[in-house]
Design a protein around this ligand. Structure first.
Ligand SMILES: Cc1cc2nc3c(=O)[nH]c(=O)nc-3n(C[C@H](O)[C@H](O)[C@H](O)COP(=O)(O)O)c2cc1C
Length: 250
């Protein structure tokens, strides 16, 4: 086997854990945990979303039907999503069940060590009552903040997703970035493997939640790293794009 291939295969093994002296991790050196969500900038105003009590209207989908019916959608109707639907999808993927302290909160998805190292960005083209732009989810507040406006979102997304043009045609695109330190604080060099495992749960919940609201999605792991990071205006080191998923009515 090629040496390089052999080396990369090791990434999936948990042998990395044996190399760590856990007494030296930031957690065990009593460094305070990083916050559960990235703070907002001065001047940004949270846009509160409909709360989970309003999700009753989405009840009724049978779990077995949702699992059976799930598949990857690569074309979407030209119809906007409602704010209620977007709120439901955000809660299903990263919503908070119970905030424990400023550095720890249980969510609707599992995460290694409850570290939840992701931020969720929404590239919004067509959502009732929300103008076009790049938004970020604030799970503690169950709110969105407008990060910035983008002209030519479709064209930029097309370039950033290596000409997978169905992504840019979706009314909303979920983009999950990772803030690696949130996981490294506890797991040091064993953080990155579990980050990659964690994000799968998030996207699977998106697939299943879409089934409840006549929407579809498609996991996207093939993209141009620096173009996606520039689109979101994240630094590419302490926070960078990991996974995305366009969502639309089907
Ligand atoms: C980690 C991961 C990465 C993927 N990346 C892409 C992608 O970049 N582009 C795409 O069109 N589909 C992508 N997919 C979707 C797969 O192609 C799809 O899940 C697979 O063909 C099985 O089809 P199904 O989801 O309809 O069952 C990805 C799926 C996963 C889980």
């Amino acid at each position: 086997m090629r040496e390089e291939l052999k080396r990369y295969r090791e990434f999936l093994k948990d042998d990395v854990r044996l190399k760590i002296d856990f007494s030296t991790t930031d957690q065990n050196r009593r460094v305070p945990p990083p916050p559960v969500q990235k703070p907002i900038r001065q001047g940004q105003t949270p846009i509160l979303l409909p709360t989970p009590e309003t999700f009753d209207m989405f009840r009724g989908t049978d779990l077995i039907d949702a699992i059976t019916g799930r598949f990857s959608h690569r074309s979407f109707l030209n119809s906007p999503l409602t704010v209620e639907e977007v709120s439901f999808l955000l809660w299903s993927t990263q919503g908070i069940r119970q905030a424990v302290n400023p550095g720890c909160a249980f969510r609707t998805v599992p995460s290694a060590g409850c570290r939840h190292a992701f931020e969720t960005y929404l590239l919004i083209r067509q959502v009732d009552a929300l103008s076009e732009g790049v938004y970020r989810y604030l799970p503690l507040d169950h709110a969105l903040v407008l990060e910035h406006r983008v002209t030519e979102m479709t064209r930029l997304l097309d370039q950033a997703t290596l000409a997978q043009s169905f992504v840019g045609s979706a009314p909303v695109v979920f983009v999950w970035t990772v803030v690696p330190y949130r996981m490294e604080w506890r797991y040091d060099i064993a953080a990155h493997r579990v980050i990659a495992i964690d994000v799968g749960h998030v996207c699977q919940n998106l697939y299943l939640a879409c089934e409840a609201i006549s929407c579809g999605t498609c996991a996207i792991a093939a993209y141009h790293q620096s173009k996606m990071d520039s689109l979101l205006k994240v630094d590419g080191d302490d926070e960078y794009t990991l996974y995305l998923a366009p969502v639309g009515k089907v």
